[in-house]
Write a protein of this length. Structure first.
Length: 356
């Protein structure tokens, strides 16, 4: 017997893989979550192990079934090779919340083994995220964060539901008019761990009790402007060393999936603003009239917010390419996508202070 082998360890083909026979010697495996296709040489042992692992089994059962035809060491080695190739899972005694079963299958496509998959799922479930501003972007953000299993979501907004919110903000309907937004959401997401706050993002109102022990912050508060509120959030993020996102701004038919800012590591928010100003051909012109109100549409708000949730998912799990020192602007009328990259300014006071 192979030393250290767990004979009762569960074994099963990954549910998301698709296996095709090219020839007697070659199988093609399609990893559906990532669209990767790999060709593998197969022999009789590999074929029998794949057949055995179509339904859940364990090492003892496989060895008992095939041990008369193949050496035990070859069976074990082959199974571990199939695991390393991302075709077979070795399960422990993990209790899986059926609510996240499909998500776990998705994460499993991105990891080396089942242990890593469950570690990343647990990381999501143990995360605490604060969302400032529960409006056109914020409501969809809260919904998306709840869907990916964030363990605690802190929602911050002093506003009540108004009729003009209903064209683009999730959760609300006419029966909710006049109620506090955070109250309505906590009631409608009663199975989520929601902590509600009626605070305003301003320099007159301390936010320490909200951001303490958070793993991530999301700023969707836009009064008096996103720039003003983000500067305040940035100060708390820097003080408590918490990453945050400039979350999903949108305007008319344009949407922005903003950058994730990590204090002391990425370019700071001041660098982001400096880039914006340097690349705005109108920034030096005299202002005759400011914007009073912009149009907005529910599908754009929902799409941009969910893009931003995906960025947070990637950041927390460490999988995929994340918007670090870059952001993307999407024109929803023709789906033109424009990536923009920026970097730390050598003379940036904020970045230099954080480096110390």
């Amino acid at each position: 017997m192979v030393i250290g082998l767990k004979m009762n360890q569960k074994i099963k083909l990954k549910e998301s893989v698709y296996i095709l026979k090219e020839s007697e010697e070659i199988y093609q495996v399609v990893f559906t979550s990532t669209r990767r296709i790999k060709r593998f040489s197969v022999d009789h042992l590999v074929k029998e192990l794949i057949f055995s692992a179509k339904s859940e089994t364990n090492m003892q059962e496989v060895i008992s079934k095939l041990g008369t035809k193949y050496p035990e060491e070859d069976i074990v080695t082959c199974l571990y090779s199939l695991e390393a190739a991302g075709i077979v899972n070795f399960y422990g005694d993990d209790k899986i919340n059926p609510r996240h079963k499909r998500q776990i299958s998705f994460i499993n496509e991105l990891t080396e083994n089942w242990e890593e998959t469950m570690k990343l799922q647990k990381r999501l479930e143990e995360s605490r995220i604060a969302v400032f501003g529960i409006g056109g972007i914020g409501t969809w953000m809260v919904n998306g964060l709840n869907q990916i299993g964030i363990g605690e979501i802190r929602i911050i907004d002093p506003d009540i539901v108004s009729i003009s919110n209903l064209n683009r903000q999730l959760f609300f309907n006419e029966s909710d008019l006049g109620q506090y937004k955070v109250d309505v959401i906590s009631q409608k997401l009663s199975d989520a761990n929601i902590k509600k706050y009626y605070d305003t993002v301003s320099r007159d109102q301390p936010l320490d009790k909200i951001v303490e022990n958070c793993n991530f912050l999301v700023n969707c508060a836009d009064f008096p402007s996103v720039a003003d509120t983000t500067k305040i959030i940035d100060e708390y993020a820097t003080r408590y060393n918490i990453p945050y996102s400039v979350a999903g701004g949108y305007n008319m038919h344009l949407g922005m999936v903003g950058p994730i800012i990590v204090p002391g590591k990425t370019a700071c928010f001041d660098c982001f603003l400096a880039y914006q100003k340097e690349n705005d051909p109108l920034s030096n012109l005299e202002k005759i009239k400011d914007v009073e109100q912009t149009g907005s549409l529910g599908p754009i708000a929902g799409a941009i917010a969910n893009f931003q949730v995906m960025e947070i998912f990637k950041y927390i799990t460490g999988k995929g390419s994340v918007n670090i020192n870059r952001f993307v602007e999407i024109d929803f009328m023709d789906f033109n996508i424009e990536w923009r990259e920026y970097s730390k300014k050598p003379d940036c006071i904020t970045c230099n202070l954080q480096a110390k």
